[in-house]
Write a protein that binds this ligand. Structure first.
Ligand SMILES: [Fe+2]
Length: 292
């Protein structure tokens, strides 16, 4: 069955039909999806009722699979190391309670971010599978960072052209009130530098590279850098740049982290399960090594 794209947002989101994720992606499927995601950096694959093994096998041909941060830092986890657990469910299959460390950690995902920007080599593609979805709320919102960059005034574009930001998971956790980190985590999750403006290697379009993991601007006084980051964040997340995905069971959302940001919304009631499982493909290098 040939693939078909149906626009969900005029500039950057589309539904894609004709793909069966129960089979590993063939080289033809990889190149078709890469062409589609260059045009629409957010792709919705409906009716993909897949297992973890099928999700990993489908994702692997796109590049190097990410080992989850939980696995790298030795945190207790429910899923295998190639899956990032974005659920609110414990290893004992219970909904995590307020104050649970994994729940607090995942609350950071409710702030705008890009996946893995706190790693020297960040994540390129994220594939998020909706296994149990919330009845009310729990949407995923994504922002088009190419359109956000294009809409900046010229003088602001000039100001930020060559700036670097320090990104840190310890920082973004602290912002949501979760300050706990083991000595190992403080070592493994050391601050990294990323470009503030990137250029997509295939489309050559420029985009803003923002995240709640961005703690400050390299070489600037912290309040000045934070003021700039908050200003850019406000501009980038104006409604015109945002797609809101209301989940149905079996949806899989794939996005290009190089040119988008995302966040999860609260769901109600909070004590009901929401099971989201992510596989991720690593980028090829640190953004500072890539010319903007
Ligand atoms: Fe995320």
């Amino acid at each position: 069955m040939p693939i078909a794209l149906h626009e969900r947002h005029p500039s950057f989101a589309a539904e894609i039909q004709g793909i069966d994720m129960r089979q590993p992606a063939t080289p033809e499927v990889v190149s078709e999806i890469e062409a589609a995601i260059d045009r629409f950096p957010v792709l919705v694959f409906p009716e993909q009722h897949i297992t973890d093994e099928q999700q990993v096998a489908f994702t692997r041909p796109f590049g190097e699979l990410q080992v989850s941060t939980a696995a790298r830092t030795g945190r207790e986890q429910r899923l295998n190391a190639e899956m990032t657990d974005a659920s609110n469910i414990s290893a004992e299959n219970r909904v995590l309670e307020a104050g649970d460390a994994r729940r607090m950690n995942n609350l950071g995902s409710r702030r705008w971010h890009t996946d893995g920007s706190f790693n020297r080599v960040p994540v390129k593609y994220s594939l998020l599978s909706g296994r149990i979805v919330a009845e009310q709320g729990g949407e995923t919102q994504l922002a088009d960072m190419r359109a956000a960059y294009d809409s900046l005034p010229d003088n602001l574009k000039l100001t930020i052209e060559d700036l670097l930001a320090h990104h840190s998971l310890i920082h973004s956790r602290a912002v949501v009130g979760f300050a706990e980190a083991s000595p190992d985590e403080r070592t493994i999750l050391a601050t990294v530098s990323q470009r503030l403006v990137r250029r997509h290697p295939r489309t050559r379009r420029k985009s803003l590279y923002l995240s709640n993991h961005a703690a400050h601007i390299v070489g600037w006084p912290i309040p000045e850098g934070l003021d700039l980051l908050y200003d850019l964040m406000d501009r980038a997340t104006q409604p015109a740049h945002v797609y809101t995905h209301k989940w149905r069971v079996g949806d899989l959302l794939m996005w290009d982290n190089r040119v988008t940001m995302h966040r999860a919304r609260r769901h109600y009631p909070e004590n009901t399960p929401r099971d989201m499982r992510r596989t991720s493909i690593m980028d090829v290098g640190n953004t500072v090594e890539q010319a903007a």
